[in-house]
Design a binder for this molecule. Sequence first.
Ligand SMILES: *[C@@H]1O[C@H](CO)[C@@H](O)[C@H](O)[C@H]1NC(C)=O
Ligand SMILES: *[C@@H]1O[C@H](CO)[C@@H](O)[C@H](O)[C@H]1NC(C)=O
Ligand SMILES: *[C@@H]1O[C@H](CO)[C@@H](O)[C@H](O)[C@H]1NC(C)=O
Ligand SMILES: *[C@@H]1O[C@H](CO)[C@@H](O)[C@H](O)[C@H]1NC(C)=O
Ligand SMILES: *[C@@H]1O[C@H](CO)[C@@H](O)[C@H](O)[C@H]1NC(C)=O
Ligand SMILES: [Zn+2]
Length: 479
Amino acid sequence: MKFFATSCLAVTSLPLLVVANGGYERHAQLARQVAVAPSGAPAPAVTPPPAPATTSYSISLLSTNPTAVPLSDIVSTEATSATRPLDSTYTPGSIPTFLPGAPPLPNAALLSPANYPALDIPPPVDNPLVQQWIQEVANSGVPIPNISVNNIGGCQNNSVAAADPTRCWWTCGGCTRQTDITECPTPLTWGLTYDDGPAYYTPDLLNYLDQENLKSTFFVVGSRVISLPNTLQTQYMGQHQIAVHTWSHPPLTTLSNEQIIAELGWSKKVIKDVLGVTPNMMRPPYGDIDDRVRAISIAMGLTPVMWTRLSPLATFDTDDFDIHGGLTTVQSVLNNWEEIMGNVTTMKTGFIVLEHDLFEQAVQVATGYILPDALARKPPLTIQPVIECLNKPLKDAYIETNDNSTNPPAQSGVAVTLSSGAPGSVQATAKPQSSNGNSSSSTTKGTKGNGASSGIDTGLLAGALVTIAGVAAGIAAVF
Ligand SMILES: *[C@@H]1O[C@H](CO)[C@@H](O)[C@H](O)[C@H]1NC(C)=O
Ligand SMILES: *[C@@H]1O[C@H](CO)[C@@H](O)[C@H](O)[C@H]1NC(C)=O
Ligand SMILES: *[C@@H]1O[C@H](CO)[C@@H](O)[C@H](O)[C@H]1NC(C)=O
Ligand SMILES: *[C@@H]1O[C@H](CO)[C@@H](O)[C@H](O)[C@H]1NC(C)=O
Ligand SMILES: *[C@@H]1O[C@H](CO)[C@@H](O)[C@H](O)[C@H]1NC(C)=O
Ligand SMILES: [Zn+2]
């Protein structure tokens, strides 16, 4: 009964996600899906669909899960499956021994939704805690560029912003800065990520990951954490990396500075209240980030993590999210996966892929097909949470356990640059990174994100200084 009650809360959010998603990530995917080369191998585990029209599947995966849900059943209209109970739950006070210095696990039963904002809408900014976070951002020394708030409706509805390279708006052209994590440094290394949970089918994914001894990064939505705190505790205690994916999943460039701070601040807070630790990485919903959102994230101790994008036609987005809404098919998602696998063998770096654990269809594709295929690849892929694919220990992923030796906080890099990188200096005039991350236009990104030096990145500040007229005026006046 308790579970049913929480289920109602979460379900209200789903239409929001579907509607909002329409304007953003899917455009590149549609282009990717144009050329589908039929492959020779028969589809595994196909059962004839009940409808009169026959659907055949053309994929060539190296391995599938013997217990995979048949492809023909992974559709938007599929019946809601029974949910799996968590394999492990943890008593309050349990010690995360794998994270030196981490506090004991809080009591998730004490979490009171009344102490948090309403779910699935941007939190009010007049709350005293939000006001405190706004002040902390202002005090951080990170200049927030005076970039206008975007309209909803993506690039088409924001022609000036879309055409303005100084904003480095990822959504329209894939611009990234050196502070963005977009790949893993080592070839054939996959920084495994799932977004939008914790959700009802997250336990199925965790069960499979446990079975294969895989660890992932989960970009969690604060509103979902309120609904399923025990699931988040199991993810964390299972030594997966937990990171921030906002409170209500809006496109962040459409929010005011104060609203962005409220989205990120409440997400950090609910995660800390449930786990005892605070993540230091975030992923912007829909990848919707510009230099304003970057600066606010970094001022709040959160390093942005994107997914790999080699070109407009090679964005490492499986589009698994859209099966649930009927906007794509499992065939298209697996075609996207195969194209990604085709790309990674020639890349000079590893990679990060966009996948989700919100809906059962996406979890079924991941556990039945994508992960078994990944595990069968030759040469083998190394599959790790993002923090570990960057050659850093898991403890570096949380503010309380990071000793800052191998993973200095991003704002310290900005602060260093602030005092040395005056407007007009090399730092201040550095170009935005291309989507490949190499400002010299190679197809691989080189040394960014590799090892201990990556915490001191100057690219973000460079953009900020180009965009604002004066650093001192910008900090004080933008709010
Ligand atoms: C474009 O932006 C305007 C102003 O915010 C908004 O009213 C309108 O609904 C947007 N159009 C689309 C198609 O999103
Ligand atoms: C990535 O794969 C796509 C689809 O197979 C291909 O068209 C594209 O050329 C590849 N891109 C790179 C940079 O390898
Ligand atoms: C690491 O940096 C953060 C942010 O500047 C700071 O709050 C924290 O105390 C530092 N940790 C250590 C162990 O110095
Ligand atoms: C960037 O690309 C240029 C030209 O392709 C290449 O010479 C250079 O080594 C690359 N830099 C990095 C850091 O990968
Ligand atoms: C920010 O930009 C707007 C629009 O260009 C302008 O009206 C405003 O004065 C600017 N604010 C600051 C602090 O520069
Ligand atoms: Zn998301």
